[in-house]
Design a protein around this ligand. Structure first.
Ligand SMILES: C[S@@+](CC[C@H](N)C(=O)[O-])C[C@H]1O[C@@H](n2cnc3c(N)ncnc32)[C@H](O)[C@@H]1O
Length: 271
C-alpha cells in the first residue's frame, strides 16, 4: 500500500533485498537509452520509483549541471541511492521519500520526468502519469519503460515454468499491480494529454549459457520473493515452490534454453 495515496496496491518486491540489489545493476545505458536523446544539459529531471538510484545517477550526468531528483516510497531504497550518489560523487542529484501519486513538487517545475519499472507495480498507472504530467513544464518530456508480463517466454517450456509464470501474474494482480499495462503505454500517454507520443518495444533475449544461467538465477530470486505471498495465501506450499525453483535453474543449464522478456517504452511532450 502506498502511504496516504488511497491506492489499493502493495509493492510486490518489498522486503526482498537480493532483488533490490539486482536493480542496482541497471544503468541509463541498459534501461534509459530511449530517453537520453530527449535530454539536454541544464534540465531539471524527476525519476519516479528510482529504487537504488543507479539509473537516476546516470540521468544526472546526462543533464549536468541541471538538478535531478529521485523519489521512491521505500526509505531503504532512498538511503541506498543517497549512499551510491555519495560514492560516485554526483552532487547534482538528490533523493526523497515520496509516492508518485502525490509528488511533493510544484506544478510545472521539471523539464523531464521518468519512470522505469514503476508503473507495472501500480493499480492505476494513469493516475501516476497524470501526477507526473502535473509537475512537468509545458514543453517538458515524459519517458516511461516497463516489461509486459504477457510476453515472457522460456523455451523449452515445461508445465512447471508455465505454473511459475501463471503464479507470478496472479501474485502481481493480487497485489494490485498492472502486469499487462505496458503494451498500452502509447494510449496511456495520449489519453493523459501528451503530444507527439511515440512508443516502442525492446526484446531482451537470453541465449548464451551465461545469459540463460544468469537469467535463471534472477528469475528464481524474484519468483521466490513473490512466492511468499502465494504461500501466505495458501495457493502453493514451500515444497512446490522449491520444485518450480529447481525447474527454473534446470532451464538455465539447458544448452537448448532460450528466453525472452519484452520491454516497452514511450515518450511524449506536455503541451
Ligand atoms: C522494480 S523497482 C524499479 C527501481 C528503478 N526504477 C529501476 O528500474 O531499477 C520499483 C520501485 O518503485 C518503488 N515504488 C513502488 N510504489 C511506488 C509509488 N507509489 N511511488 C514511488 N515509488 C514506488 C519501489 O519501492 C521500488 O523501489
Amino acid at each position: 500500500m502506498t502511504e496516504d495515496s488511497g491506492e489499493p496496491e502493495r509493492y510486490s518486491l518489498n522486503d526482498a533485498p537480493s532483488v533490490e540489489r539486482s536493480f542496482a545493476t541497471r544503468t541509463t545505458d541498459n534501461s534509459a537509452r530511449f530517453f537520453l536523446p530527449h535530454l539536454k544539459p541544464g534540465f531539471r529531471l524527476l525519476d519516479c520509483g528510482c529504487g537504488p538510484g543507479s539509473i537516476t545517477i546516470g540521468l544526472a550526468r546526462a543533464v549536468e549541471p541541471g538538478e535531478v531528483v529521485g523519489i521512491d516510497t521505500s526509505r531503504g531504497q532512498i538511503e541506498a541511492a543517497r549512499r551510491q550518489a555519495a560514492v560516485e560523487r554526483t552532487d547534482n542529484v538528490r533523493f526523497e521519500e515520496a509516492s508518485v501519486y502525490e509528488l511533493p513538487f510544484e506544478d510545472e517545475s521539471f523539464d523531464a520526468v521518468f519512470a522505469n519499472a514503476l508503473l507495472i507495480h501500480l493499480s492505476v498507472p494513469s493516475k501516476a502519469v497524470a501526477e507526473m504530467r502535473r509537475v512537468l513544464k509545458p514543453g517538458g518530456v515524459i519517458g516511461i519503460r516497463d516489461a509486459d508480463r504477457g510476453f515472457d517466454l522460456r523455451s523449452p517450456g515445461t508445465p512447471l515454468l508455465t505454473e511459475m509464470f501463471d503464479l507470478w501474474t496472479r501474485i502481481l494482480v493480487h497485489n494490485g499491480a498492472s502486469p499487462f499495462y505496458a503494451r498500452n503505454q502509447k494510449q496511456l500517454l495520449v489519453e493523459a494529454g501528451f503530444d507527439r507520443v511515440s512508443a516502442t518495444a525492446f526484446p531482451l533475449t537470453y541465449d548464451t549459457p551465461d545469459a540463460t544461467r544468469r537469467n535463471a538465477a534472477g528469475t528464481r530470486n524474484v519468483f521466490e520473493s513473490l512466492a511468499r505471498t502465494a504461500i501466505a495465501q495458501g495457493w502453493i506450499d514451500a515444497a512446490r515452490v522449491e520444485l518450480i525453483s529447481n525447474d527454473i535453474s534446470a532451464w538455465g543449464e539447458n544448452p537448448a534454453a532460450f528466453g525472452l522478456t519484452l520491454w516497452f517504452s514511450a515518450v511524449g511532450w506536455r503541451r
